[in-house]
Design a protein around this ligand. Sequence first.
Ligand SMILES: Cc1cc2nc3c(=O)[nH]c(=O)nc-3n(C[C@H](O)[C@H](O)[C@H](O)COP(=O)(O)OP(=O)(O)OC[C@H]3O[C@@H](n4cnc5c(N)ncnc54)[C@H](O)[C@@H]3O)c2cc1C
Length: 403
Amino acid sequence: MPLRIIIIGGGIGGLCLAQGLKQAGVEDVHVYERDSSPRGRMQGYRLRISPEGESALRACLPRRAQDLLSATANLRHEQGLAAYDEQLNPQWAPEFGDARGDAPDKIDAVDRMTLRRVLLAGLDGVVHFDRRFTAFDQVGDKVVAHFAGGHTVTGDVLVAADGANSQVRKQLRPEYQALDLGVRAILSRTPRAAAIKAGLPEVLRDRFVNVTGSNGLRLALMPMVFRGTPREAAARLWPGLEFDQAEDYYMSVFSVHREVLGLPDGEFLAMTGEQLRELVLERTADWHPDLRGVFAHAEPAETYPLALKATMPVEPWGQGRVVPLGDAVHTMPPTGGVGANTALRDAAALSQALAAVSRGETSLTDAVSGYQTEMVRYATEAIEMSLKIAKWSMRKIDVDSVS
Ligand SMILES: Cc1cc2nc3c(=O)[nH]c(=O)nc-3n(C[C@H](O)[C@H](O)[C@H](O)COP(=O)(O)OP(=O)(O)OC[C@H]3O[C@@H](n4cnc5c(N)ncnc54)[C@H](O)[C@@H]3O)c2cc1C
């Protein structure tokens, strides 16, 4: 049965799904994205890619897109994390194994913007920017999606890949809201050269570093050192593909419980990048000076506030024609580095399920139900792991079901 598939949201999960469907021979696929261009908000960071996330990417992407991602991935292979207190005294940290070992082409962290560009490659005519979804109707065995400005589209399946604040979820499952963990974070990016010049010690330069200060103030510092710059790699592997200029950087996430932060959400979430940088410098005034140099050189235009949330429990959305994927159905805090990986896993599984329907091998109801049963299982594990790490590193979060 040929299917017309409407995907709401051209983020990590939605684009990977479109790629996976294309690879599986499903051609009538359309992605609707509210951003007016690939360079939307908060694209300037790096993402850890787990073995499961890498397998999903490789299952969905054509070979040269995989090669491009590998050629631009983070050069430094991470084995676990290094933990310190705010004076840079080493602390105990949990161990993380990685079954991929030191494989030279492994993709264990990528620049988010580069990933988005690679996921968009070859999807001309499939992805429609500047289309903000507002609502859907079910009419017989069709779904009609409505967009701001009055545009409508009709399809057989509507996939909600519209992220943590999903408008589709608000309409279909308004009761499934993610819980506020009480933790507030400031994300920022510092050019690697500036951080090193400001004194970032050698031992902290190439690893995932977690610093826990008094009062549960926490800093996670992650390097993004491109194996090859995206422009050079694309010129070699996919001539004509457009990339922004990229330089190596550190992504930092400074987190604190809102009671310790002591600012109303309205005020905190409205702060500019410059104000947020000053706030971090003020709250870390007694931290080791070599760490403070990283904040001092953070780019204000790439500095944002964030409230950490988690979906608990993860619930299926039923067996209808509106199917969830990614943060829309399982929001999780970035502490585990698995939200995007779980969205990629969803994309690989759902593309296989929908391709089987399109080939007439199974019914849509069975495919949607099988996909969601599995998704709920692995997404629940991912959220529990992320919450455990949040609790370990921040000492206090506002959920009590994590031991
Ligand atoms: C600081 C930080 C660090 C992180 N680090 C990691 C990491 O290292 N590893 C990891 O696995 N995960 C990480 N995550 C989590 C990861 O970013 C998310 O889990 C992932 O982006 C979810 O993918 P998604 O496709 O579901 O949603 P998104 O990538 O958020 O995409 C949703 C898309 O839908 C669009 N959209 C929203 N509403 C509408 C609408 N009404 N109409 C049309 N389009 C709409 C949005 O513009 C967006 O493009 C991190 C998150 C943060 C905040």
